[in-house]
Write a protein that binds this ligand. Structure first.
Ligand SMILES: Nc1ncnc2c1ncn2[C@@H]1O[C@H](COP(=O)(O)OP(=O)(O)OP(=O)(O)O)[C@@H](O)[C@H]1O
Ligand SMILES: [Mg+2]
Length: 294
């Protein structure tokens, strides 16, 4: 009504204000969405969940708003490693019983966890439509966090491959044994196939000493350079450490319970991997994951 009253001075002022608003909008950064780090491996039991949960809480301790999503759906254990007892998990979100934010629980240093659920058949082999519904429900979380760490189940399941296609950054966790290296190589190859621009960092976990870590890295790099023409970055290695086993038994993450242990120190250095600070794509992660389903 005021705009149509023809008050000359106000009209010009209105135009000026509109111009000012436009300039301000152009200067503002685009609506921020969370950076996303996927943590995966070829073989099971390489230490993904240990790495993902400790890394997530170390980043939370630095003051970032961090969400850990346990996408080992149906066989989740991140809540055990963090000493949490979530009431809801991904299955409830997928079935629309709760919203994604209602399913979160809070862990150490304000870290939030979205659990994958234990023994949830509905999550064991989700259909494309179910995953689409889940990714759609998870999308709003990207506006509320600085960093989302996704802990995957082992191997190349459907959900993992769609995440590999959607993520800008992957932490690949292997052990030094040839079986683990071979399976990690297969996952690395697949990740590049579905996502040629992906940044991949390799962690060699549970190694007896530095020479074993170096030799594992050289084998991995040698094979990937030779057969694919590129290789990941070595982010670090974590020694085999009884402190990790104790942390699992006590349900207190090693970075909290025994921060001075060799494993916790190594994980702290991995948590500082520079690519985590740039782990963002032009489009939000869960939107890209939905597109990858098609
Ligand atoms: N650096 C380490 N030193 C000693 N033990 C370790 C280390 N890392 C992992 N472990 C042991 O390996 C077990 C498996 O680790 P974790 O659950 O993180 O593996 P995962 O890759 O997530 O397994 P899954 O494929 O089943 O999801 C842990 O419970 C712990 O006992
Ligand atoms: Mg795991």
């Amino acid at each position: 009504m005021i705009d149509t009253m023809g008050l000359g001075g106000l009209g010009r002022f209105g135009a000026y204000r509109r111009l000012l608003g436009l300039t301000r909008r152009l200067e503002e950064p685009e609506q921020e969405t969370a950076r996303v780090l996927c943590v995966a491996s070829g073989k099971g039991g390489t230490g993904k969940s240990i790495l993902a949960s400790n890394l997530a809480l170390l980043r939370a301790r630095q003051g970032e708003r961090v969400l850990l999503v346990d996408f080992d759906a149906g066989l989740a254990n991140a809540h055990l490693l963090l000493g949490l007892a979530p009431e809801y998990d991904l299955s409830h979100v997928m079935q629309g019983q709760v919203s994604a934010s209602e399913a979160l629980v809070e862990g150490p240093h304000g870290l939030k966890l979205l659990s994958g659920g234990v023994g949830r058949h509905v999550l064991a082999n989700p259909t494309r439509r179910e995953l689409d519904r889940l990714f759609k429900a998870l999308r709003p979380l990207e506006g509320s966090f600085d960093l989302i760490v996704v802990d995957h189940g082992a191997g190349l399941g459907y959900a993992t491959v769609t995440h590999l296609a959607a993520t800008s950054t992957l932490l690949l966790v292997t052990n030094h044994e040839v079986t683990a290296l071979s399976d990690s190589y297969a996952l690395y190859k697949r990740a590049h196939l579905v996502n040629p621009h992906i940044t991949v960092g390799l962690v060699v976990n549970r190694v007896p000493d530095e020479p074993a870590a170096t030799s594992a890295w050289e084998r991995f790099r040698g094979a990937s350079q030779r057969f694919l023409g590129h290789s990941p970055e070595l982010v670090g290695w974590v020694p085999v450490d009884p402190a990790v086993v104790r942390s699992v038994e006590r349900r207190v993450p090693v970075a909290v319970g025994e921060p001075e242990s060799p494993a916790a120190r190594a994980i702290l250095s991995i948590a500082r991997w520079g690519s985590i600070d740039h782990a963002r794509s032009a489009r939000p992660f869960f939107e890209r994951a939905r597109s990858a389903l098609r």
